[in-house]
Design a binder for this molecule. Structure first.
Ligand code: MRU
Length: 343
């Protein structure tokens, strides 16, 4: 891979700046939790598993400068963890990554570990989370192989690739695994308005890997499905409810409905850390509202009338009835999800 999404180098977290791609390949180094929160909010790093890993490192950085009194330490540390989790509400991986560090910090202090030992333990845990994420993505890809025809065109929405994870990707990981297995795969990438993760990021990372990709705008998907030019759809997810309803980038629901209408299988690829047992169905998934400037402006220029009313939900939830299977590190899970996800 010609880039690293997240790296830990000499005490700093290095993120590829996804707001500058594809024109500029630049990296930003972070050494404190506050600036990592800004990095997550400003989408320097984005994509559910990638913000999970970043959140884990932010939680490790959050122990810096805390009181040496254990109770005061825990009290302030827990507040900082909430601040990190609040950076973006939809992707449950952020909470998952932070809580994994938080739990280990609490346990280590209970066991009487020194602050120095704690720091070493937590940095190792964050590094493990990063490495595990890459391994999980590869497993997801392997488990999906039998669902991918030897020659096919796959539509994807948003970016669920190496840029959205610690590397390899979930939906794009399925595509990478298929290509590595010798399948002849072509990709159609939805532009993914309004933030254009498809046109800016998915096209770039697939082209870097020499994978055949064609960019279309979101409103073209139905047209190409009807013409028989798309064989299947694979997308990622930000949070999957206990019943299999899956929240992903805004517009995913429309793609799923179009796929059903055109008899095209629609798959979701995600690690188990994206599944939220505590949320019954898609209606309960918190949906982030993004700044309206993402819609009112293009390349810094206003393109809408001043004062126009705008809504900008960043995600939507696709009901499980549209999802043919969920590709996970435990293999492909099919309906009834409420039973099969929890076996
Ligand atoms: O707003 P973003 O760019 O963070 O949204 C990302 C997505 O919706 C991805 O499809 C999802 O996080 C899965 S990433 C493997």
């Amino acid at each position: 891979m010609s880039f690293k999404t997240i790296e830990f180098i000499e005490g700093k977290v290095r993120l590829i700046d996804q707001t500058r791609l594809p024109q500029h390949k630049e990296y930003i180094d972070y050494d404190n939790y506050k600036s990592l929160i800004v990095g997550i909010k400003d989408m320097i790093v984005r994509g559910a598993p990638a913000i999970g890993v970043t959140g884990a490192y932010a939680a490790v950085f959050a122990i810096k400068g805390l009181s040496s009194d254990k109770d005061a330490f825990i009290n302030e540390f827990d507040k900082r963890c909430i601040e990190i989790i609040d950076a973006r509400p939809t992707a449950v991986n952020l909470e998952w990554g932070v809580k994994r560090i938080q739990y280990l910090a609490h346990e280590s202090l209970k066991e009487g570990k020194s602050f120095e030992e704690l720091s070493t333990i937590l940095y190792k845990e964050a590094a493990d989370i990063l490495e595990e994420d890459i391994a999980l993505c590869k497993k997801i890809g392997q488990g999906a192989l039998s669902f991918i025809p030897d020659k096919c065109t796959i539509l994807t929405h948003c970016n669920a690739g190496a840029l959205a994870t610690a590397g390899y990707g979930t939906a794009l990981g399925v595509i990478r695994a298929a290509v590595e297995a010798g399948k002849e795969v072509k990709v159609f990438a939805d532009e993914t308005r309004p933030y254009n993760q498809g046109s800016r990021l998915t096209t770039w990372e697939l082209m870097e890997d020499n994978i055949d990709v064609t960019l279309i705008t979101d409103n073209m998907a139905g047209h190409f499905m009807k013409k028989g030019m798309i064989d299947l759809v694979v997308v990622g997810a930000d949070r999957i409810a206990a019943n299999g309803d899956a929240a992903n980038k805004i517009g995913t629901y429309s793609v799923a409905v179009l796929a059903k209408e055109n008899n095209i299988p629609f798959y979701v690829a995600a690690p188990y850390s994206t599944i939220d047992k505590n949320i019954k169905d898609g209606e309960g998934i918190p949906i982030e509202e993004r700044p309206i400037v993402e819609i009112t402006h293009s390349c810094g220029q206003r393109v809408t009338p001043e004062g126009v009313k705008v809504l900008n939900p960043a995600f939507d939830a696709t009901p499980n009835k549209y999802i043919r299977a969920i590709f996970t590190e435990k293999g492909a899970i099919e309906a009834p999800y409420i039973e099969n996800l929890w076996r």
